[in-house]
Write a protein that binds this ligand. Structure first.
Ligand SMILES: N[C@@H](Cc1c[nH]cn1)C(=O)NCC(=O)O
Length: 463
């Protein structure tokens, strides 16, 4: 009988270690992604950033990813050059973008300057900080797709959804820590300094870069342990530009991509404003306001791998995405009800949102390899992230604009700084709308799965 060849991925210790190392890099990236969000009030009081400046800055996340197609370029590079080269480039880009962002927020040399670029007018500081954030975002998004491919490489036919869930859980620890610690760090030592949390994020990212370099050695070892492909097999597997056409003509892929942009538009942009919502609607103090939204990512840390494991073993991926979308709608609709303003209600809703935010991603990302072949996977993930980035770019800007135009209710003095107060009913109704549309696409995906037999309702583990 032929002996089954063992590779490094057959060693549980090796594959879980590889996962831990790359997940840590993502944690560092997610920390920086969200560290500025809880500082909205301090940025307004200390640096004079209005709600639309804040929204404009947050929209920078998608500037290069969307308009320059950097995510698509990153996906093609990933499929052509492999995970080691692409991941290293992505982490270096994250560090470079953060250096620019830190400089913009800590310097006084831009004070008093207002720039107009195309239709946008904002303080020079907002533009430069946005530029840094936009560069960082190219890095973190390409790192994200690279890590998805790395996980597939190590876990295909094994605990794929659990591994993806654990990676997301670790990354979200970064989001939770960012939301919970940004204001206390900015206010530490009795002097308010909004650049301090960004400096910490920069240090973390440098450690994340070292962590990825460590992974590169593991990846080399994995490749060496696998059966070497023949030239003909490599030519057959090589990514071709025509593969993009194959991906974008796949209806199932489109349903996942649209569900992704709608679902994430109801969550990540919400998190940017969640601290401010706690202060304005639920009357929580500025110091504690980040604690409640930070329960969202912390809650997902256990649940995302839990639902991933469930999907691995029992299947029902499409149904999981439908239930997750339903929860998101319920939570945002209840957040929009004006008389529900007790902080306990806020905690309950955030916890339920955490369940929804665990359900959809735990099933969505491991479902992509069921629809798209492995050689196109990097590009397929990149294209989904590209569609998603329209939402991550547009929705924060939209909410900032809506707040400033329709929702200002007055002004208060907090810690000696005069800031606006806001009514969040309209923004929360907008988030509810995204949830409703996401639900429709989750149903369409389930129908398409039934037609095409992708196996989204089947377990991932091959016995
Ligand atoms: N494309 C990323 C977006 C993101 C937001 N913050 C950091 N990255 C993504 O969707 N990642 C998957 C996830 O569920 O976190």
């Amino acid at each position: 009988m032929e002996k089954i060849r063992q590779t490094l991925r057959d060693s549980a210790a090796a594959r879980w270690t590889a996962l831990a190392v790359v997940a840590f890099t993502m944690l560092c990236g997610y920390y920086l992604t969200d560290v500025v969000a809880p500082l909205k009030g301090l940025l307004e009081g200390k640096l004079g950033w209005g709600s639309s400046d804040f929204g404009f800055f947050n929209s920078a996340y998608g500037w290069f990813n969307v308009f320059l197609g950097m995510l698509i370029v990153g996906g093609i590079i990933l499929d052509k050059m492999g995970v080691r080269f692409t991941g290293l480039m992505a982490t270096i880009i994250m560090v470079c973008g953060t250096i620019i962002k830190f400089w913009a927020i800590s310097t006084h040399s831009l004070d008093g300057q207002v720039w107009k670029v195309l239709w946008f007018e904002a303080p020079a500081q907002v533009f430069i900080a946005g530029l840094g954030f936009a560069i960082f975002a190219v890095g973190v998004e390409v790192a994200g797709i690279t890590v998805s491919k790395i996980i597939y490489k190590w876990f295909k036919g094994k605990e794929l959804a659990l591994a993806m869930g654990l990676e997301m859980a670790t990354a979200r620890l970064g989001t939770g820590l960012a939301i919970a610690t940004a204001v206390p760090i900015a206010k530490a030592f009795g002097v308010v300094d909004v650049s301090r949390p960004i400096l910490l994020a920069l240090i973390l990212l440098c450690i994340g870069l070292l962590s990825f370099v460590m992974y590169m050695f593991m990846d080399k070892k994995l490749d060496a342990s696998e059966v070497q492909k023949t030239q003909a097999e490599m030519d057959e597997d090589a990514f071709k530009i025509s593969d993009i056409f194959k991906i974008i003509t796949n209806k199932g892929w489109w349903y996942i991509a649209i569900l992704c942009v709608l679902f994430y538009s109801a969550v990540f942009p919400f998190l940017k404003y969640a601290t401010d919502l706690m202060i304005n609607k639920f009357g929580v103090s500025e110091e504690l306001a980040g604690t409640i939204p930070s329960m969202l990512p912390f809650g997902t840390i256990l649940l995302t791998p839990f639902f991933g494991n469930l999907y691995d073993r029992k299947g029902k991926g499409a149904t999981i995405m439908i239930i997750g979308s339903l929860l998101i709608i319920a939570v945002h609709a209840l957040f929009s009800v004006p008389f529900l303003h007790h902080w306990i209600m806020a905690i309950i809703l955030i916890l339920v949102l955490g369940v929804g935010f665990s359900l959809v991603p735990s099933a969505m990302w491991p479902s992509v390899p069921k629809i798209i072949p492995e050689k196109q996977l990097g590009t397929a993930y990149a294209l989904i992230f590209w569609v998603q980035n329209w939402g991550l770019m547009g929705v924060p800007a939209l909410i900032g604009w809506v707040l400033e135009k329709y929702c200002i209710t007055g002004q208060v003095v907090r810690d000696g700084l005069t800031v606006n107060t806001y009514n969040y009913t309209l923004p929360m109704l907008i988030f509810t709308g995204f949830g409703v549309l996401a639900l429709i696409f989750a149903f369409l995906l389930k129908i398409e799965d039934k037609k095409k037999g992708y196996g989204l309702q089947l377990p991932n583990i091959v016995k």
